[in-house]
Structure formats: C-alpha cells, structure tokens
Design a protein around this ligand. Structure first.
Ligand SMILES: *Cc1c(COP(=O)(O)O)cnc(C)c1O
Length: 214
C-alpha cells in the first residue's frame, strides 16, 4: 500500500503491517486476498473464525483475534489463533496461558487499552498497562508483543491525533520495560494513514479492502 509507505517514510519508520479484517467475509473472499499475498487476517468472533481457520488451514495464514474475548471462549481462542489483540484483564491472560496447547508456539498477545476512557468499552485503563504486561510477560505460553486500541470514533481530527500520540507514548514506555515489545496496533479504514503517521506498526483494515460489510 503506497499510502502507508509514504506515511511511514515521512516519519522515518518502516511501513505499518497490514492486518486484513475479515469478519463477515466468506472463506472464498479470504482465499482470494491470500492469493494476492495477504497472509495476516483479523477476526472479531471466535465462533465465526474457527470455521474459516479450519477451512483455510492449507494456506498457512496468520490469525489475529481482535474482538472482545469472553472468558468462556479462551480455550477455543488459545487453540485456534496465532495472536490475541484483546487481552485487557489478568483473568484472560491466565486463561489463555493455561489453554495454549503445548504443540503450538507461544500465543502472541497485545494488551488492549481504552485510550480515551470510553465508558463500557473494552480495554484496560492506561495506568494498568505495565502491571498487565508483567502478567503476560511472566506467562510461559504467552508472548507479549505490544498494545492495541480502538479509539472512540470522532470527526475531531485533533482529538484522533492526540489519542494516537498517547498510544505511542504508552507503547514507547512499555518497550523500555519490555524490549521484546514490537507491535502497536491502531488505525482502521477511516484513519489508517493518520495512525501510521503517528507510529502504528500494524493497521487493521476491513471495509477499505473487502468493500462495505453487509
Ligand atoms: C471491524 C474492525 C476493524 C476494521 O474496521 P474497518 O472500518 O472495516 O476497517 C478493525 N479493528 C477492529 C477491532 C474491528 O472490530
């Protein structure tokens, strides 16, 4: 994606990695995109994703869970996904660590942050990031990779930028404590260029890739 490359070049950083968000998309649509070289896909619902993951096993794709995770879905998530981007409480970290099969590599984990204090939204408070990261880093079957956020949608561009900048600051602080941290997942179809310019290392794009969801 040329635009991502430009945004990153302006900041002197490597381009952000593209995660194709395939919720509601068919196995055939995913297979098409994989045929064009896209190998990392994001899904919101464990149940919906499991069928696709099994059906597309031959392609060796990388699957990321980006939706809210309920405790009772941890076992399935730990068995089927390569990454979980929505870990926002200790209990989830413990459950995923416990359920990750020994036959698979450690599960890659992003801590989901609620960056703007939206009530009733997933994500830990910013002042809980370090403590939760410690729990993940100390879990043998998990691999701490970084942070994820879904900022509140707003037409206020300055506010969006401010939120992305806060995320970048928390990400940099986390990296100072945990040098293995390398992933900042933020930015969607509406604002991925902005997110990449503000230091996202991964952008999650659905409708801009697949067309609008039905
Ligand atoms: C649906 C979704 C996306 C992609 O949204 P688009 O606007 O279609 O690009 C990204 N991240 C999360 C967490 C989502 O739920």
């Amino acid at each position: 994606m040329q635009t991502l490359d430009n945004a990153a070049a302006a900041g002197g950083r490597p381009p952000a990695q593209l995660l194709a968000v395939s919720k509601t998309q068919t196995v055939e649509a995913i297979r098409d995109l994989a045929g064009q070289g896209q190998l990392a896909f994001g899904e919101n619902y464990v149940q919906e994703a499991m069928g696709k993951i099994v059906a597309l096993r031959d392609l060796g794709l990388e699957w990321h869970l980006i939706g809210h995770l309920q405790s009772n879905k941890c076992k399935d998530a730990a068995m089927h996904f390569d990454w979980v981007q929505s870990v926002d409480r200790e209990k989830l970290a413990h459950a995923l660590d416990h359920a990750r099969p020994a036959s698979r590599d450690a599960l890659n984990v992003l801590i989901q942050v609620n960056p703007d204090g939206q009530a009733g939204k997933s994500g830990c408070a910013p002042d809980q990031i370090q403590a939760l990261a410690r729990v993940v880093a100390d879990s043998p079957r998990l691999r701490l990779r970084g942070l994820m956020a879904i900022p509140a949608p707003t037409p206020d561009l300055a506010l969006r930028i401010e939120t992305f900048r806060h995320m970048r600051e928390w990400f940099d602080a986390l990296r100072r404590t945990f040098p293995q941290v390398d992933t900042l997942s933020m930015g969607m179809s509406e604002d991925f260029e902005l997110a990449a310019a503000e230091g996202a290392t991964m952008v999650r794009i659905g409708s801009a890739l697949f067309g609008p969801r039905g």
